[in-house]
Unconditional design. Structure first.
Length: 564
């Protein structure tokens, strides 16, 4: 079932009404219009899912349009990554890939049309003066002294701006609307500015560039977009959006605003993400701690989980902040159903099984996914020396600690019961470095023939067969729910979580993981969901923890605290 069938958000409501009334002849054309000045993040995913989802639900199309009106050197990389991310999320723009820069010629014609109608003028005020003259919410603006230039003079000046006769910032083209409007966006907004910079697609052809407000709506119109869905901060721009399309007498698209996504413990602002990357608080745009699509992908998120998350949060008209726990819950729910279960010991403690013959090994059988028996079983090697998790042993167990301790019998998952007889410590430090145990050969498969029960089960890995790996454990990027929650004079980076990345080396994983390839996902029993990192090689495997199995983790955490 699509979301339209299960629940109708207000945007779908509007589109459904328009389809019914024939407002756009029943057509639905949406667009996703990223500015190629950064990588996409999960907030963009919400917009992607909404725009492409609308097109899919109503038999329409969704365009991918780069809003590239601001020349800058790095745009090519961003254009590439944005396409990759939208495709990875599962959406296809087909032949409808556009660039606002393709319309520079048309937009220039529109500017001339406005001047000819007496609706735009060339203004010589400096950017600071323009700001000063604009007034504010309580005071009306002042009219520019250049506001009443003749059509001929304006046309001549615009032509010379276009020819490159003036320097950056010397003049602007402004709409002639109303300097006393209560809406600041209507106080003669700037439509064109002079900017002598090379553009990633048009090179040095244009010394003037259209402003966002002039480019965006007219691009929608040129593409015959029916519903131009954007975030709430553009609500106050809608009167200008409408004014321009009306004055130009061109195809009129309907702008609809919805609330942008915010998530706790992270930031979803490109400016801040750029800062985190540039100032090396994180390791690049695809750092698994970032909420970028490429970061989430590397972290092990699936496109299905992200789409499901976007469905769950819905589309509303009021700003709100979503708990990151919902994102993690959605991911866990999704991974649970399809992840191969394996064993990996992150913090290994050596266990020697003294009554197991040296040099011998045997197979035990483990179910690949108890949630989905069709995923089958696999064989794992058992031998005389195994590793267990350090946390699964306590020399002095507290009440409710059911795992291994001296004299106690526990189950090694799918293998045998073992009993701990001796604890070996480092003479110098007193640290426990090895356990000596015996096993009961009658408990193969982890069940005892005499019905004897044990309370604890531990995961384990055979030392002789283990894959040595690096495992990267992630936590929230920011310690506080709201990264902006800083005392006076503080900055959001003060709230970065110093433990957002913990690198564990010398982890021991079951042998089958040796051939796992970057991007492959697993559940390590009791430890969480993991993905092979893009840095991983067969010689030096690296795994990222995508997300913990919260319940288990919470329980282990508790046990650890009790034992302290
Ligand atoms: P920022 O304001 O952080 O620089 P932006 O909104 O300017 O980001 P764009 O590339 O212009 O980034 O965004 C492309 C589309 O994605 C826009 O339609 C925008 O409204 C939408 N979008 C951006 N951030 C979010 C968000 N957090 N939630 C929902 N939609 C978003
Ligand atoms: Mg924007």
């Amino acid at each position: 079932m699509t979301q339209a069938e299960t629940s109708v958000d207000f945007v779908r409501g509007i589109v459904a009404d328009d389809s019914r009334s024939g407002k756009f002849d029943g057509r639905v054309v949406t667009r996703f219009p990223p500015e190629p000045n950064g990588y996409l993040h999960i907030g963009h995913a919400k917009s992607v899912c909404l725009n492409f989802g609308l097109a899919a639900d109503f038999g329409g199309v969704c365009h991918l349009r780069f809003d590239d009106t601001n020349p800058s050197k790095e745009e090519v990389e961003y254009v590439r990554s944005i396409q990759e991310d939208v495709r990875w999320l599962g959406f296809d723009w087909g032949p409808n890939l556009f660039y606002a820069s393709d319309y520079f010629g048309q937009l220039y014609e529109y500017a001339i049309r406005l001047i000819e109608k007496g609706k735009a003028y060339v203004c010589d005020l400096t950017p600071e003066e323009v700001r000063e003259y604009r007034g504010n919410l309580t005071e009306p603006g002042k009219e520019s002294p250049y506001r009443n230039r003749s059509v001929e003079e304006n046309l001549d000046l615009l032509r010379r701006m276009r020819a490159g006769d003036f320097e950056s910032g010397e003049r602007t083209l402004r709409a002639k609307i109303d300097m006393a409007s209560p809406n600041l966006n209507l106080r003669d907004p700037v439509l064109y500015r002079i900017l002598k910079e090379t553009h990633h697609r048009t090179g040095d052809v244009w010394p003037i560039y259209p402003m966002y407000d002039f480019a965006h709506g007219q691009s929608d119109s040129i593409e015959n977009v029916t519903h131009s869905v954007c975030t709430l901060e553009f609500e106050d721009h809608r009167p200008l959006y409408d004014w321009l399309q009306d004055e130009l007498d061109i195809y009129h698209s309907q702008q609809i605003e919805f609330a942008r996504l915010n998530i706790t413990h992270t930031v979803l602002s490109k400016r801040r993400l750029i800062q985190l990357v540039d100032e090396e608080y994180v390791n690049g745009w695809d750092d698994p701690r970032l909420p970028t699509i490429s970061g989430l992908r590397r972290r092990g998120y699936t496109p299905e989980a992200l789409r499901d998350f976007c469905d769950r949060i819905g589309v509303a008209k009021r700003d709100n902040t979503v708990d990151i726990a919902l994102l993690e819950y959605t991911l866990r729910d999704h991974l649970n159903k399809r992840s191969l279960r394996v064993m990996g010991v992150l913090d290994p403690l050596k266990v020697v099984i003294t009554n197991y013959p040296e040099g011998k090994s045997e197979d035990v059988v483990s179910v690949n996914n108890p949630e989905d028996m069709s995923m089958g079983e696999r064989k794992i090697k058992f031998s005389r020396t195994v590793y267990i998790e350090k946390d699964d042993f306590r020399e002095v167990p507290l009440p409710k600690f059911y795992r291994l301790s001296p004299g106690r019998e526990v189950r090694l998952k799918d293998a045998f019961y073992i009993t701990c007889n001796e604890v070996i410590k480092d003479e110098a430090t007193g640290e426990i470095i090895e356990l000596r145990c015996t096993y009961d050969p009658e408990t193969y498969g982890g069940t005892s023939a005499d019905g004897r029960k044990v309370r604890g089960t531990s995961h384990w890995v055979s030392a002789a067969h283990a894959v040595d790996a690096e495992v990267r454990i992630y936590d929230h990027l920011f310690s506080t729910e709201d990264p902006d929650d800083v005392p006076d004079g503080g900055v959001f980076t003060d709230n970065l979580n110093p433990e957002s990345l913990v690198v564990m080396k010398g982890c021991k994983l079951e042998q089958g993981l040796r051939k796992a390839k970057p991007g492959e996902r697993f559940q390590f029993l009791r430890m969480g969901y993991f993905v092979v990192d893009s840095d991983s090689t067969p010689e030096a495997p690296v795994f990222n923890r995508t997300v913990a199995l919260r319940d288990t983790w919470a329980r282990m955490d508790q046990a650890r605290k009790q034992s302290r």
